[in-house]
Design a binder for this molecule. Structure first.
Ligand SMILES: Nc1ncnc2c1ncn2[C@@H]1O[C@H](COP(=O)(O)OP(=O)(O)OP(=O)(O)O)[C@@H](O)[C@H]1O
Ligand SMILES: [Mg+2]
Length: 419
């Protein structure tokens, strides 16, 4: 995509004028628009792939159509939007544009902290942005490092080992079946039926394959045979709640749908419905299910769960969110062990601190399940950042002094690394 600083390269679809009809959906603000840089990484702009790149190499990256949807949502909320690719030309463009804030969706193309590259640049430029900052995104892209942090805080996650070569000695305390995935990917990249292994020979074969094609360490975890659940939230914990114990009772839903707690809104928990797939389909939410069979996906949302289990999943989501320095939005994925029955301990698989926000992303489907529109979700993420940074529109290039109504939409802590 080509883009210039002064002109928005994306065609502007008619503004749908969405109403806040959703339960708990954020109020619309008008007349207080900010200048927003909408940052993205499109698959079509990715650097040329090497010959041994896997078929799913570009699956995390965005499309122009999705970017148009984000832009339309922000414009309908009264903002001026400057969409642009998050590439090496970003610094020069942003300097000229004098934006108030960036809406960051950049997954990054290469590098072990690729999601943190654009945020690092934004911090050097003094531009606040949506979602987690450099440390949070570097940490949560790395599943093994995230699991070490979770374990430190006593949060449940499958036992694991990180492999750097296919010959690393296997930890004898790990029990087969084991589950194998690349350490720093999303959208199910590298996750197939072969990810479930029952022997050392299978394990070493698939670890070797992933090391060669994904060029990063490989995560080997105990396989949790059970239900796939995901829990998303938007907002930020009020300062008083930032480090306080999270009372489980406050996380019970009165109507089984969404829950609000101390500045954070939880969307209904969703479960992958595997009954829609052909018999013999891999029993995991693989790349094939997420991409090739995306049209067939059906989520049970709200997932049929006992309320005490749902509340525990919300508590674990919030603990993971705050312990990994996530802000504004996240989605945490879980498995609920089938063998241990309906009251099994939910196991945290990963946190998405920069979750997919496309019109068909899991988080969007969760928000829609309680009556929000896709635009409501985008604006809620924006408002969470506006509140956290206490932003007001720039007047004649100078930041205005007082917090406006925008800051009251989603009050939250000002994170130290922000501006
Ligand atoms: N230890 C495990 N035991 C059982 N299944 C697992 C395990 N780890 C991952 N899975 C399966 O693989 C799916 C994807 O795993 P994970 O969420 O880690 O991948 P991802 O590519 O980061 O996903 P996302 O699209 O959310 O970014 C899970 O939803 C689950 O079905
Ligand atoms: Mg996941």
């Amino acid at each position: 995509m080509t883009s210039t600083d002064s002109a928005d390269p994306l065609s502007q679809p008619p503004h749908p004028n969405p109403s806040s009809n959703g339960r708990g959906a954020p109020p619309r603000r008008r007349g207080e628009g900010l200048r927003i840089a909408l940052l993205y990484n499109l698959a079509q702009n990715a650097p040329a792939l090497g010959g041994d790149a896997p078929a799913d190499a570009l699956d995390e990256l965005d499309t122009q159509k999705n970017v148009e949807a984000y832009a339309a949502a922000l414009r309908a909320a009264g903002h001026t939007v400057f969409p642009m690719e998050g590439d090496v030309s970003l610094a020069a463009r942003l300097r000229r544009l004098r934006v108030d804030v960036a809406f960051n969706t950049c997954e990054g193309y290469v590098g072990d902290s690729r999601e943190a590259q654009v945020p690092a640049l934004l911090e050097m430029l003094g531009i606040p942005y949506t979602a987690a900052a450099v440390l949070g995104l570097s940490l949560t892209l790395d599943k093994a490092m995230t699991k070490r942090v979770l374990a430190y805080h006593g949060l449940p996650t499958p036992r694991f080992q990180e492999f750097c070569t296919a010959d690393d000695p296997l930890d004898p305390t790990l029990r087969f079946p084991l589950f194998i995935k690349p350490n720093r990917e999303g959208t199910g990249k590298g996750i197939t039926g072969k990810s479930i292994v029952n022997s050392q020979a299978e394990l070493r074969h698939y670890v070797g394959y992933l090391l060669k094609h994904y060029r990063q360490s490989v995560l080997v975890e105990e396989y949790i045979d059970g239900r796939d659940l995901t829990c998303g939230l938007v907002g930020n914990l009020a300062t008083a709640a930032l480090n306080a114990p999270i009372p489980l009772d406050a996380l019970r839903s009165k109507d089984g749908v969404g829950v609000d707690y101390a500045g954070v809104h939880f969307f209904p928990i969703s479960e992958v419905d595997y009954t829609v797939y052909e018999p013999g389909t891999e029993p995991v939410y693989s790349n094939r299910l997420k991409v090739e069979l995306a049209d067939r996906y059906r989520g049970l949302c709200p997932a049929p769960l006992a309320e005490d289990v749902a509340a525990e999943i919300r508590r674990l989501t919030l603990e993971t969110f705050r312990r990994t320095q996530s802000v504004d939005v996240c989605r945490v994925d879980f498995r609920l062990d089938r063998q241990s029955g309906p009251h099994a301990q939910p196991q945290i698989l990963e946190i998405n601190s920069l979750p997919g926000l496309t019109p068909i992303s899991d988080l969007t489907l969760c928000a829609e399940a309680e009556g929000w529109s896709h635009a409501d979700l985008i604006v809620a993420v924006m408002n969470a950042a506006i509140g956290r940074h206490r932003l007001t529109p720039k007047a004649n290039g100078k930041a205005a002094g007082r917090a406006t109504r925008a800051a009251q939409v989603a009050p939250g802590p000002v994170v130290e690394s922000s501006f």
